[in-house]
Ligand binder design. Structure first.
Ligand SMILES: Cc1cc2nc3c(=O)[nH]c(=O)nc-3n(C[C@H](O)[C@H](O)[C@H](O)COP(=O)(O)OP(=O)(O)OC[C@H]3O[C@@H](n4cnc5c(N)ncnc54)[C@H](O)[C@@H]3O)c2cc1C
Length: 358
């Protein structure tokens, strides 16, 4: 057998899963098509335990966050590279009402544990509109995703376990306990194709709900704030005077093209947030592999147990991938069941009814 696992797709999902299996002593071959655009290369890479206008705790944050920190730190250490950054997230209140609502929410320890007790609003005031002050979320940060992906690619390439190719299901021979691809046999095939999965005839019946997103790259001089700032949009310091601003969410025109509308929307929000001038120097676009019930899609094919999927990471790939890759690895080793909330078994009726989701 060529390898225990053949993984298709080297975005966040494929990279995290390949590393997880490799570190458990499995032999993994990664296949990626450089010409297919990837969500991961557009991602800001932020992990944030409290999100949205309603300051909601991220699903499973208490389990995901300690896990992701250990995971990315370990990869940094082994591969001698840096891509994990910790930062608080400053959220200026939009109004006195919002201030009151948020402060009431933080009385609950499940929210309060992620909030700084004292905030120095004056630190932000010369640069950020914050007439009502703001709240600081702790336990947050960001992963420089392209740097992480590069490090993983180099690692598998060096071991001779990386193939640059477009994987076509028609070249596949599926057997009861293995698969064959290009004259080589693999124990299992795991698809990590992100937003391209709906084109895969083996998994086109899953309930995807892709979301297009755009970000801007801006330069701001004389802006010394190194924390992430968030009010409807995020402003993320990337390097010296470079910042990323995002993101948009749209469910139509899923075409990987940046738009003037997207740029105008982000600039309008940025002007409301910033007191200092900025200059737009770039724009990015990606399609988030989101799902109808906003939970990942993980597990083995209902008819072909040698074929599986690790997808549906949606808007939170950085936080979800390490924890659920480990859970999938346990499952593949026969040690633990998958969480029913992520297991694709919950959608098998769609497969058996032969109906594609609307
Ligand atoms: C604008 C934007 C901002 C975002 N910000 C954040 C953020 O701040 N924090 C966060 O956690 N998440 C964020 N996300 C979401 C994050 O990008 C995704 O959750 C994550 O990247 C999904 O990873 P993936 O590996 O499933 O998909 P992808 O990154 O798309 O990877 C799929 C890979 O598979 C390859 N591939 C597909 N089909 C084939 C095939 N047949 N053969 C060979 N290769 C194939 C593609 O080339 C690609 O490399 C953001 C997304 C967008 C668009």
């Amino acid at each position: 057998m060529k390898a225990d696992y053949l993984i298709v797709g080297q975005g966040l999902a494929g990279s995290v899963l390949a590393w997880t299996l490799d570190q458990r002593g499995k032999r993994v071959v990664l296949v990626d098509a450089a010409e297919r655009p990837s969500a991961s290369l557009a991602a800001a890479g932020i992990f944030n335990p409290l999100t949205g206008k309603k300051l909601v705790r991220t699903w499973k944050a208490d389990e995901l966050f300690p896990f992701l920190k250990t995971f990315y730190s370990r990869v940094e250490q082994v591969l001698q590279t840096r891509f994990l950054h910790f930062s608080t997230i400053y959220r200026p209140y939009r109004s006195i009402e919002e201030q009151n609502t948020y402060l009431a929410l933080t009385a609950d320890v499940s929210i309060g544990q992620y909030v700084n007790e004292s905030v120095d609003d004056e630190h932000y005031r010369p640069y950020i509109h914050n007439p009502h002050g703001g709240l600081e979320v702790t336990g947050a940060g960001w992963v420089e995703v392209p740097v992480f992906l590069d490090a993983i690619r180099r690692y598998f390439r060096k071991k001779g376990q990386y193939v640059e190719a477009h994987f076509d299901v028609r070249e596949l021979d599926i057997r009861p306990d293995s698969v064959a691809w290009r004259s080589q046999v693999y124990g299992k095939l795991l698809f990590c194709e992100g937003p391209h999965a709906h084109q895969n005839p083996l998994f086109d019946w899953l309930p995807y709900n892709p979301v297009k997103g755009q970000t801007l790259e801006v330069e701001i001089d004389n802006y010394p704030i190194r924390e992430i700032v968030n009010q409807g949009i995020f402003l993320l310091p990337v390097e010296s005077n470079r910042y990323r601003v995002g993101a948009t969410y749209t469910w139509h025109d899923l075409d990987w093209q940046t738009t003037e509308d997207g740029k105008a929307f982000l600039e309008q929000k940025l002007r409301m947030l910033l007191k200092v001038p900025y200059c737009v120097v770039g724009q990015r676009v990606g399609i988030r592999p989101a799902t109808k019930d906003r939970r990942p899609l993980i597990g083995l094919h209902p008819a072909y147990p040698a074929v599986g999927i690790f997808n549906g990471l949606g808007t939170k790939g950085v936080s979800l991938a390490p924890f659920f890759a480990s859970q999938l690895a346990d499952f593949l080793e026969g040690r633990k069941e998958l969480d029913p909330e992520v297991n694709i078994e919950r959608t098998f009726s769609l497969y058996y009814s032969g109906k594609k989701p609307a």
